[in-house]
Design a protein around this ligand. Structure first.
Ligand code: RTP
Ligand code: MG
Length: 144
């Protein structure tokens, strides 16, 4: 087990933002004990999303995903705390909100809306390398 302080990039996606769930997501992050290092409301550009989702380029859900993510405002957050990357992904739950366990953000607040892409309220970085890369995309001025 590592106990290094780390940062993760969290996004409240356009579905969560439009439903007014940014506060609820932030509440769960803070209740868990992580701290906020940066916060912004922004409408993602396709260029930002192409960088952010580079690993998914070419997959069947890529275009609908970029379309969905650029469709409205998001709340972008840098969170901080020991093992917060793993910890936030546990808070978020499984990618598919129908299958995500109750108690998780996606399990409690998400569902299948019959869209072309899984609308699942939040994004969280999946590794220290992804976190560093993603934080630079969403908060280019943030000191490391
Ligand atoms: P995220 O990156 O947003 O934290 O979610 P994740 O790691 O759980 O999921 P990932 O595999 O990285 O996929 C990124 C996002 O693409 C959408 N997706 N749709 N089969 C599908 O329709 C499908 N698969 C993925 C979801 O919005 C997912 O969060
Ligand atoms: Mg991912």
């Amino acid at each position: 087990m590592t106990t290094q302080t780390e940062r993760s990039l969290v996004l409240v996606k356009p579905d969560g933002f439009a439903r007014g769930l940014s506060g609820e997501v932030l509440r769960r992050i803070e209740a868990k004990g992580y701290t906020l290092a940066a916060l912004a409301v922004t409408t993602p550009t396709r260029e930002q999303l192409a960088e952010h989702y580079a690993e998914h380029e070419g997959k069947p859900f890529y275009e609908p995903l970029v379309e969905f993510m650029s469709s409205g405002q998001v709340t972008a957050v840098v969170i901080e705390g020991n093992r917060c990357i793993e910890g936030f992904r546990a808070l978020a739950g499984a990618t598919d909100p129908t299958a995500a366990l109750p108690g998780t953000i996606r399990g409690d607040l998400g569902r299948d809306w019959g869209k072309k892409v899984q609308e699942n309220i939040v994004h969280g970085s999946d590794s220290p390398e992804s976190a560093a890369r993603e934080i630079a995309i969403w908060f280019p001025g943030l000191a490391t």
